[in-house]
Design a protein around this ligand. Structure first.
Ligand code: CU
Length: 215
């Protein structure tokens, strides 16, 4: 019985970790991290805010999460004031990606951002753009927005660069641009991995219980 309770405690701890979603540590986001709003456009922040300078050619986003693995992509809007998903779409209606969707592992990392390499028109020194990172660690798509001004004289501070020794992610290839590009079947993979991992760890057939709790 005692063992059962410790298993349940472990299960609930896993759930609370899952609920932490993901957060961006660089550059500045629109507002303070709001876990409950993260499934919404720009974490629920509808207006541009906290605009900062950002490199024109070789930037990155650093993030932390309690999920692994995850699917990450980064959208870009050239609108001066993007307030809806439509502002992050191509003229043909697909996601306007600056980083193609990819599988990330680990609970922290950084995503390479090369605004001029994504084939998006209207990107130049001095442009005000907004980056929207899309993150799916198994509990649905989550969103954070960063309003920046591209500045070819700006270098990311070295103490921030120290957190990004292995950037991941690439601009979309020509075959994947102008569409949603979002891998199918990833909606519940994180939860399945967690329940499988905990089950494997404890060896006590709790996958069903965890699947219910995590659902
Ligand atoms: Cu989450």
């Amino acid at each position: 019985m005692k063992l059962t309770w410790s298993i349940l405690a472990t299960a609930f701890a896993a759930v609370s970790v899952v609920n932490a979603h993901f957060s961006i540590t660089f550059p500045e986001v629109r507002g303070p991290f709001n876990e409950d709003n993260e499934p919404q456009f720009c974490d629920g922040y509808m207006e541009p805010a906290n605009r900062t300078r950002f490199p024109l050619t070789n930037g990155f986003i650093t993030w932390e999460s309690s999920h692994s693995p995850s699917t990450i992509g980064v959208l870009l809007s050239t609108s001066a004031s993007p307030t809806s998903y439509g502002d992050f779409h191509t003229p043909s209606g697909g996601d306007q990606l600056v980083v193609d969707y990819f599988k990330a592992t680990g609970t922290s990392g950084c995503v390479r951002i090369m605004p001029t390499a994504a084939g998006i028109s209207g990107i130049q020194n001095g442009s005000n753009i907004t980056l929207q990172m899309v993150y799916d660690g198994g509990d649905g798509k989550l969103y954070q927005c960063m309003d920046v001004t591209l500045d070819d004289q700006y270098n990311i501070p070295s103490d921030v660069s120290a957190n990004c020794t292995k950037p991941q992610g690439q601009p979309p290839s020509s075959s994947s641009s102008n569409n949603s590009g979002y891998p199918t079947g990833t909606g519940s993979s994180g939860g399945a991995v967690i329940s499988t991992a905990v089950n494997g760890l404890l060896g006590l057939g709790l996958a069903g219980v965890l699947a219910v709790i995590l659902a």
